[in-house]
Design a protein around this ligand. Structure first.
Ligand SMILES: [Zn+2]
Length: 323
């Protein structure tokens, strides 16, 4: 888990280093140009003195100021020519907006925001297959276009995919709804939530994703250790929390209260949460507590995934191509 502050300070650090390196190279080229051609240094000194004279003249003597301006132009042009001849090129900034300082009129430049989002994605992808679970490789062909008693899987999943894309498009850490993805294993719940996580991170928000088992384990470790790992603060304070595979973990009295706490704290602060589960609402109620299931019923938009296990379908496909 990585915080917003960490990604921004890293992004600034990288920018600063790159700019410093560019300036170092420029100064090195400049030094060797001075050594090779003393005229350049002379011109530079002249530029400074004529410039100072011009400031004074422009206050009192228009004619003299005009002449000095012409002179300055000629010096500048000659210097530019000599520098070009010596192979000294002006610094080329990666970002024209902020000239690689990271700030535009006191505000953090978009290039830093973009870099910070990239760092967030890189951090997230260390722990999960975030780059291979995208909307554009979520394949609807695995969902049958036939009407069943529960509905038409293809139509249902097309609608859920659209919901997820729109969720990212309009994501607001204070307004987006809570989502509850239900349905049996292998129907793409993890794939779609990871695509949401990636999309939200690309927009510069801070998501936290984990399996229920892993998240509760981190909370338990933090609770019973002497040092604060920041796990609880990150899970309750991040822009989007995703609890994957709820119900696959061992349910203990600790995990029950941790789950209730997470759901409730985030609800009270108006921060969105997405929960994936293979359990039915009835099973959630019996395995956890009625107050958890009632929170979910009252405050989460539930979506039931339909279809046949995709992992199995893919395994069959692989076996067939080997034959
Ligand atoms: Zn910039």
């Amino acid at each position: 888990m990585v915080t917003r502050e960490e990604t921004y300070s890293k992004a600034f650090e990288i920018k600063k280093k790159a700019l410093k390196e560019k300036e170092r190279r420029y100064n090195m080229m400049l030094d060797s140009a001075y050594a090779e051609n003393p005229r350049i240094k002379e011109l530079e000194n002249e530029q400074a003195s004529v410039g100072a004279e011009l400031v004074l003249a422009s206050l009192s003597d228009n004619e003299r100021a005009a002449a000095l301006r012409e002179h300055l132009k000629a010096i500048t042009a000659e210097k530019k020519l000599l520098l070009e001849k010596a192979g000294v090129e002006n610094i080329v900034y990666d970002c024209q907006m902020c000239r690689d300082t990271g700030y535009v009129s006191g505000k953090i430049c978009d290039c830093v925001k973009k870099a910070a989002a990239g760092i967030m994605i890189a951090e997230l992808s260390k722990e999960m297959p975030i780059l291979s679970s995208r909307f554009d490789n979520f394949d609807l062909k695995y969902y049958k276009d036939t009407d069943t008693r529960e509905g038409n899987p293809r139509r249902r999943m097309t609608a859920i995919l659209k919901t997820c894309k729109e969720y990212v498009l309009h994501f607001d850490p204070h307004k987006s709804p809570n989502l509850l993805f239900m349905g049996s294993a292998g129907l793409g719940k993890t794939h779609l939530t990871l695509a949401v996580v990636a999309g939200v991170a690309e927009k510069g928000f801070v998501p936290v994703y984990g399996s229920a088992e892993n998240l509760f384990l981190q909370l338990e470790k933090e609770k019973f250790s002497s040092e604060n790992s920041g796990a609880y603060d990150m899970m309750t304070g991040c822009d989007l929390l995703v609890i994957d595979d709820l119900g696959a973990e061992m349910v203990t009295s600790f995990s029950k209260s941790a789950l209730y706490n997470l759901i409730n704290t985030r609800m009270l602060s108006g921060r969105p949460t997405i929960i994936n589960t293979n359990l039915s609402m009835k099973e959630i109620e019996t395995r956890y507590t009625p107050r958890i299931s009632s929170r979910l019923i009252g405050n989460y938009d539930a979506y039931r995934f339909l279809g046949d296990d995709i992992r199995q379908q893919k395994a069959v496909e692989r076996a067939r191509t080997k034959e």
